[in-house]
Design a protein around this ligand. Structure first.
Ligand SMILES: NC(=O)c1ccc[n+]([C@@H]2O[C@H](COP(=O)([O-])OP(=O)(O)OC[C@H]3O[C@@H](n4cnc5c(N)ncnc54)[C@H](OP(=O)(O)O)[C@@H]3O)[C@@H](O)[C@H]2O)c1
Length: 341
């Protein structure tokens, strides 16, 4: 592959103008995000891929002006306000660091990095450079979250003492796919488990103790994983994720007076059901959102950028770092070790 010289695109951004975006990667999430960014008034000006053919194909398919045959070339040469990173998990750290160095605001897919120290390094780099950095943990930007906050605030089930959150998504085993490939940061915890972990961290805070067990593939990534934790007060959580079981994707939050069910899929929950243990009848709250569901995180990212914020209060850096360290302790317990980490 010959590396083309970075093309320079003139930035058109002012506070009133549309926010301009570059996209890294040409896979499923990259495609989904193009239409969501446009739906939220953003302009997608450039795409970067490891191959110029993929970049051009993606650009043609989505009507994007500039195609780069290299991720770094886009970070350097495309004068865009923001870059959405939708590459495989192993690439996120290098991609995000490169964008930060060139002053591009970064919305990076979850998990922000594989290794927790790298998450901290990225956050430090973004803060020193005065650049907005947000982990694209779309669950945290969904309309069900403030509804849930309100229910907990008004003590709908009493003080939360239990969380059960599960995310199963059967995926056929193949070492070719990013899900099962350790080199690409595969494994059920990094792909699916990050959602239950993030919900537990949001509701109950960092765990005081956490015990994990997993089944590993011959290549050494977890095909399913279960985590039991004790949090502050008398709260406990039981969390799981699986590539090999067609289980649920529901979450149950319980206190002494009843439970709140986040119906499937809890990470973009369309309906919350409050079930009192005794007395009053169950009630249901519609928490559906218009569109794909990714628009909420774009709206928040645009808001942060327009207000010169360096992080989103809805998914703060401290949470990305704390969850990354929790994740790493789980991976250590179950014996998953990624190359180069
Ligand atoms: N928020 C969500 O709902 C959600 C859902 C699914 C996934 N994700 C996250 O989004 C990211 C991308 O997931 P996806 O489902 O879009 O994956 P995908 O369809 O496999 O696309 C991944 C992209 O990564 C790039 N890449 C870089 N190095 C690669 C390598 N060695 N092998 C294969 N591809 C490589 C490729 O782009 P080029 O070939 O163009 O370079 C590829 O198109 C992951 O971090 C994942 O965790 C988020």
């Amino acid at each position: 592959m010959t590396r083309s010289k970075p093309k320079i695109i003139v930035s058109r951004h002012s506070r009133q103008d549309a926010i301009t975006w570059g996209i890294l990667g040409t896979g499923n999430m990259a495609s989904r995000m193009v239409s969501c960014i446009r739906a939220m008034g953003g302009e997608v000006l450039a795409v970067g891929s490891r191959s110029i053919d993929s970049a051009r194909h993606f650009a043609d398919r989505h009507g994007i002006e500039h195609a780069f045959d290299d991720y770094d070339a886009l970070a350097e040469g495309a004068e865009v306000d923001a870059v959405y990173i939708a590459t495989t998990n192993d690439q996120h750290f290098a991609n995000a660091m490169q964008c930060i160095r060139h002053g591009r605001a970064v919305l990076c897919e979850k998990p922000l990095t594989i290794n927790a120290q790298q998450t901290r390094e990225l956050v430090d780099a973004a803060r020193s450079a005065g650049v907005l950095l947000v982990e694209a943990m779309w669950m945290r930007f969904q309309p069900f979250v403030p509804v849930l906050d309100q229910l907990i605030e008004e003590d709908a089930v009493g003080s939360v003492s239990f969380l059960g959150a599960h995310f199963s998504y059967p995926i056929e085993a193949s070492t070719e796919s990013r899900w099962y490939n350790p080199v690409l940061g595969g494994g059920s915890l990094l792909d699916l488990g990050v959602y239950p972990l993030t919900l537990a961290h949001y509701l109950l805070g960092e765990p005081e103790t956490s015990l994990a067990t997993a089944t590993l593939t011959p290549a050494g990534v977890d095909s399913q994983c279960v985590v039991s934790s004790k949090h502050a007060g008398d709260a406990v959580s039981t969390l799981s994720c699986s590539f090999i079981s067609a289980g649920s994707a529901e979450a149950v939050i319980a206190g002494i007076r009843g439970r709140i069910r986040l119906l499937t899929p809890f990470y973009h929950c369309p309906e919350i059901v409050v079930e009192p243990h005794a007395g009053s009848t169950a009630r249901s709250i519609n928490t559906e959102y218009p569109g794909d569901g990714l628009e909420c995180e774009i709206a928040e990212f645009h808001r942060c950028l327009r207000n010169s914020l360096l992080e989103s209060p809805l998914m703060p850096h401290a949470d990305s770092i704390a969850i990354a360290f929790w994740r790493m302790s789980i991976l250590e317990q179950v014996g998953v070790c990624y190359p180069g980490t």
